[in-house]
Each structure stands twice: as C-alpha cells, then as structure tokens.
Design a binder for this molecule. Structure first.
Ligand code: ACM
Ligand code: ZN
Length: 719
C-alpha cells in the first residue's frame, strides 16, 4: 500500500510539474506537450554532425554544462534545409532531445528555448543536477528577421566585458542584432589604424582631454575605446549567440568629437553666437570639402573590413544644417548642383558615403532624416526613430527598421518620477508590448517593407550615475527588452497583455537568476477607512519606509494610520526593484514664490525668471569660479520637510558647480552652513524652521562648460 501511495504521489507530482505549458519568451508558434519527460543532467551529451554548429555545441557545453561528444548525443543538433533560416523544431522524448534548425541561428533559437525548459540555474551556473525536461514538440520561427537593440557606448563608455554581458541578455531573448553607436559628439570609440588619434584622444573626456565634456564623469578623465582586436572578439562572441553586430559611425552631424581633433573637417565661416541654443557649436562635416570624403573613405574602409555585417550604419540624424547655410563653399556646391535645400546637400553627402560602402560590398543603413533630401540607393535600410509617421514614410520606399522613440527608446522614463528622459514619451513595458503596426496605421505596402523592430538605449543619463555597475542599464532596459523580444517575434494579432504578464512574472525567475536589476511594477497602494495597504502581483517583497525616519522595513500587513502620506513603498525581488509608490499626497510638491540672485549674470534666453516660474532651468552666462554663488530667496519663509536645490541637471552634469557648499538662512540675513554639494545638488532635510533663503557657493574653478544651469528648488511640504 505504501508503495502504491508513493507511486501515486510521484505521478501526481509529475503531472503537477508539467500541467501547464512551459514559460517560453518570446512565445513559440506551436507547442504540443507529450507524456513523460527526459532526464537531463551534467552528464548528458550533446552532438552535431555539422561542423558549422561546433561553436554552438561549445556554447551549450559551457552555458548549460553538457558533455560534448562525437558520437550520437542525448541532445542532437541538426541543420534541416527544409526549415527557413531562423526556424527551428525542438523535440523532447523520454530518450533524448533533437533540435533542427534552418541554420545556425535557427539552432541557436532552439537552444534558447531549451534553456527555458530547464531550471533557471542554467543561466548563472549551468545545470547543477538532473532535471526533467517535459516531452514536447515545439515548432517555431520569428515574425521578423531583424530583432535589434542599439547601445550608445559614446555618451557612456561601456567596456568590452560590459558589452559582452549585455549581448548575453539579448541572446537569451532571441534578439539577433546589436547596433553599437560608436561615434558621437562626445566620443569616438573604435580604433581606426590609419587615424589612431580618433580613439586614443576621442575615447576620453574630462580632465586634460580636449573633448567636450558635456556628459559627466565630472572632472575625471574617463572613457575608453575598442581596439580592432577587442571588436573582433565582441563580433565573434555575438555571432556565437546569433547576434550580428552593426557599427554606427554617425555622420555628417554628431561629429563634434572628431572635429575637436580635426577642425579642418568643418565648414569655414565667421563664428557667431546667434546659432542654435545661443552658441555656435560646429558638429557637422563640411559637405563641400573634398578631403573629407578621402578621410571618410579611409575610416569607413577600415570599418567595412572589420565588421562582417551586411549593413554599415552611417548616421544621418539631427544634422545642424545652419552650418551649411553659412558656409560659402557649401553654398557654392549647392548652387552648382541646383540644390535648393540643405537636405539635398545631406543627400549628396550620404550618396558619397554610400559609394564608399559599395566599393567594400556593404549596404548603407541610415537614420530617417537622411532620406529627407531625396532618394538614396534602393538598398538603403532606414531606421525610423523620430515618430511613427517618419517610419511609415521610410517604409513607402525603403526597407525599414521601426524604432520610434515613443515606443522603443528605453532611455525614456518609465513613470514621471523615475530617472531617464521624457522628450519622446514616458512609458513602461506595456506600451512596448502593445505596439502593433496595424494600430499605428502602417499600410500593407508599408508593412511589407518592415524588416523588424529595434529598441535603443542612448546613454546620456547613464554617465552621471554609476556606469561601473550595470544597474541603471538593466533598470531602463528590462523588462522593456522582454516585451521587445515578444513583439518582434509574435504578431500583434496573437498577443494578449494579461496572459503575457503572467508569463513574464514567471520569467522574472530567470532574470533573477541572471542577476538583472530589472524594473518591477510599483506596488498598488490603497488607503481606506484609516488603513493603508500595499500589494504586488509579481512575487516581489514590499518594503515601506515612514517619514521622517526613512528606514526601510519589510511590509507584512496593512498599516492603521491617520497619516498615510508619511509612508512610501517599494517592491524588490532579486536585484530588481520598483519605483516608489504611496498615496498621492506623499509626492506632492509646492511652488512658493522666490527670486534667484547670483554673482553671475543670467543668460538672455534661459533667464533666471524661467526657473523662478518653476517651468524651466535657467542658465548663467559663464561657468562658476571659486567664490561664485547662487541664492534662492523666498518671498515668505517656507515651511517644508525637504528641499532640493541644484545646479546643473542630472542628465547634463557638466553644467554644475563642480564642488560647493550650501547655507540656509531662516531670516534672510544670517546663514548657517548645512552641507556640501553632491553631483551639483543638495537635499535639505527636515529644516528646524521655515526657510527664507538658500545660498550655494562654488569652491572649484570653472570646468570648461560655458555656463552653470540652475534648477528651481523642489520642495516637499510638511506632512
Ligand atoms: C537619434 O535619437 N538622434 C537618432
Ligand atoms: Zn561647408
């Protein structure tokens, strides 16, 4: 009887384990569950008869912890020419596992699916013991051939290891293209042997570097670049993971870094300060200077040799065309060629580069503005970023990658009080997940030209945080990349947010095992009948803190209180965390009238009264020097629990007082020193009296920036 009971319990446990479909993201086209399971262990063997799959067998041996064999294996990898490239079939029986794929990519996709049938330990330490793989047949293929991600390694330097770690995260989600944004105004990150100074000088800014140090690491000389050997390693590492690395050399604009080292590339005209934003920053190649094309032929020639990708991205975004309008020689070229707009001059420039690429057998990829001046070559691939409309315009004539910032720029904030930019939109993973071409108005003709979707991470705001840790990168990109992976794999008509969210919460177990600091949804906070409660639906723990102590405690039960605004809540699991949540009054701020005075003058365009209206940031007319000060004086003394005063802007950290101290006055006459600036800002916590004035005094010399920006104070009222 005991034996029978044991057997029943064993069978029931088995049924329970496989009662639901395995959690696989992106969702496969077809899964048929069978009876029983295959027992996999670190002694299981893996084999292939195709020599081209040897790197994949090596990958599995290392990542999953399997034994390579030349004989027949428990796991067999087979190229099947009846399958299209990235298509695969995965069959698990009680005796073994067979994966067939159209090509290396198809097999890699099959392996990624197999890993999701295994315990999540395969992601960090490999199989630690035996595990049951449910018998099943999975047939699957991606919706799009291009499932991409763009990493801006210019504004924030990410070294080879950081890039490789990120490649792993993309690969686990069957993303197959990584575009490295290798050059921009702030850095040049790839070694060019014919012009070694580009990376050796242009890879660093701050300290004694001549490179414009707009985005932080403060005054430290900081940065790096990839040698061509480094890049070959990255390319090979990515290729083994079915990811093609596409380089972007951003031309003709965004070239300030290059121009700092080679000012001769610029248009030659008399400097004025009436250009954009009140300063004359020349950042675009002169389109009429013939030597520029020789220089770019050398540079792009090396890039074409180094990168095996079909496409080379040559930029084309945000060219500040006023430079070409004021350049006599660009104007003459336009006149000679009957061009009426500077966009046509950009077309001319891009066509010259396209000729260079063609000589090396490469196709051009460009940002959407590059097609505004007229036709580029038919084989040009356009990356639509500005908005959906520009993506649609591109797709009427060109193969197009869809990545409008409003849905696919993962440097955007995920909710209003979170870090990141907001110029395109504020959105979390649900907006990515719900993006469909049909709902966005793409016609059938346009849809036929869409090669795929791409997410991106521009890194201006990363440099001012802690780029030595991947936390901010993870937080901004996950789980938005999980949603991207799904929408690039599964058609919109087959998606359901509720079902997907349930799966994603299970998938969090894998993200936890990998150690990703992804963003959790904020806890739901309800205050009713004197009771404050918080909940999550993602298996996270909730922690709360209460003002003024601010010590974080585990939340275990609803809180009876008549002061709900004193509480805030955060969800955590593994390395992941959520934004702060609470009742609305916890986050309320006030805007009492105040004046800004300073030892420095204010700029005409960004005058102090802009900040005094709490609408915008103000600017001085020069950088701060030792002894310079800025003072905020309130019309009436302000009673509050917290006040933040700041020079600079966390996204543009250069425009701060590099070092300084803060004084508070309760009567407007005598001042009491309360602390030092940290990253240009200071939080006055629980002041003992209403504040009449706050003064910030600079203790360091100007840092090379043209001004100091001054933010309105942020003031949280007493609770
Ligand atoms: C871009 O965001 N300037 C492509
Ligand atoms: Zn010019």
């Amino acid at each position: 009887m005991k034996r029978i009971l044991t057997l029943i319990v064993m069978v029931m446990a088995h049924v329970a384990a496989f009662a639901h479909e395995p959690i696989i993201i992106p969702t496969p086209k077809n899964i048929v569950l069978g009876e029983g399971s295959f027992t996999i262990s670190p002694n299981s063997t893996i084999a292939t008869r195709s020599s081209e799959l040897h790197p994949l067998v090596d990958y599995c041996a290392k990542q999953i912890g399997l034994v390579k064999t030349n004989k027949s294996g428990d796991i067999e990898l087979i190229i099947d020419n009846n399958l299209s490239g990235e298509e695969y079939r995965l069959a698990v029986t009680i005796t073994g596992i067979t994966i067939c794929g159209g090509d290396y990519g198809g097999l890699f996709n099959g392996i990624m699916t197999l890993m999701q049938l295994l315990p999540e330990e395969v992601y960090n330490e490999g199989l630690q013991g035996s595990a049951e793989v449910p018998c099943c047949e999975i047939s699957d293929a991606p919706r799009f051939e291009h499932r991409g991600f763009m990493l801006d390694v210019c504004r924030t330097w990410m070294d080879k290891e950081a890039v490789m770690n990120f490649i792993d995260l993309l690969a686990y989600h069957k993303i197959n293209s990584l575009r490295l944004h290798l050059t921009d105004d702030e850095a040049w990150r790839i070694e060019i042997k014919s012009h070694p100074e580009l990376a050796e000088v242009g890879g660093y800014r701050g300290g004694d570097s001549p490179i414009w140090p707009r985005y932080g690491k403060w005054n430290e000389k900081w940065g790096g670049y990839y040698t061509q050997d480094d890049m070959r390693e990255i390319i090979a590492y990515a290729a083994a993971r079915n990811i093609e690395v596409i380089p972007e050399i951003d031309l003709p604009g965004h070239s300030l870094c290059m121009a700092t080292m080679h000012p001769e590339i610029l248009c030659d005209y008399t400097r004025t300060n009436s250009a954009s934003f009140g300063y004359d920053t020349r950042s675009a190649f002169c389109a009429s200077r013939e030597e520029n094309y020789t220089l770019l032929a050398n540079i792009l020639g090396e890039v074409c040799e180094l990168f095996p990708s079909e496409y080379i991205h040559i930029g084309g975004d945000e060219v500040e065309m006023s430079q070409w309008k004021r350049c006599p020689s660009c104007q003459a070229l336009m006149h000679e060629n009957g061009m009426s707009s500077t966009s046509e001059l950009q077309q001319y420039f891009m066509l010259r580069l396209i000729d260079i690429l063609a000589k090396h057998g490469k196709k051009p990829a460009v940002w959407n503005e590059a097609i505004e001046g007229g036709k580029l070559s038919d084989e040009t691939l356009v990356y639509g970023w500005e908005n959906v409309k520009e993506c649609r315009t591109a797709a009427t004539n060109y193969k197009t990658i869809v990545m409008p910032g409003q849905f696919f720029y993962f440097d955007m904030k995920q909710s209003a009080r979170e870090p990141g930019h907001d110029w395109a939109a504020i959105f979390d993973w649900t907006k990515v997940y719900n993006f469909t071409l049909t709902a966005q108005g793409f016609t059938e003709v346009e849809q036929a030209n869409i090669l795929g979707f791409e997410g991106s991470f521009f890194s201006e705001a990363y440099a001012s945080r802690n780029p030595e840790s991947a936390e901010y990168l993870h937080y901004q990109t996950f789980p938005r990349i999980v949603a991207l992976a799904e929408v690039a794999w599964v058609d919109g008509s087959e998606r359901n947010e509720t079902t997907f969210y349930t799966k994603m919460v299970e998938h969090y177990n894998r993200l936890d095992a990998i150690g990703i600091a992804y963003r959790l949804m904020p806890p739901k906070v309800v205050y009713k009948d004197g009771v404050l409660s918080a909940s999550t639906d993602d298996g996270s723990d909730i922690f709360y803190s209460r003002e003024p102590m601010g010590v974080e405690m585990l939340y275990t039960k609803p809180i009876s209180t008549d002061k709900p605004a004193e509480y805030s809540f955060v969800a955590r699991r593994g390395e992941a965390f959520s934004p702060e949540a609470g009742v609305a009054t916890h986050f309320k701020t006030i805007t009492p009238a105040f004046d800004i005075t300073s030892s420095m003058n204010d700029s005409e365009k960004f005058s102090f009264d802009k900040a005094e209206g709490y609408g915008r940031i103000a600017r001085t007319t020069r950088a701060g020097d030792v002894g310079d000060w800025v003072m905020f004086t309130f019309n009436e003394p302000v009673s509050c629990r917290r006040m933040k005063v700041a020079t600079g802007n966390f996204q543009l950290p250069r425009y701060t007082f590099e070092n300084g101290f803060v004084e508070v006055s309760y009567d407007g006459k005598t001042f009491e020193r309360v602390g030092e600036l940290d990253c240009g800002m200071y939080f006055i916590e629980y002041p003992s009296q209403p504040i009449k004035a706050v003064r910030i005094t600079c203790t360091s010399r100007g840092n090379g920036a043209e001004w100091v920006s001054i933010q309105p104070p942020t003031i949280w009222p007493k609770l």
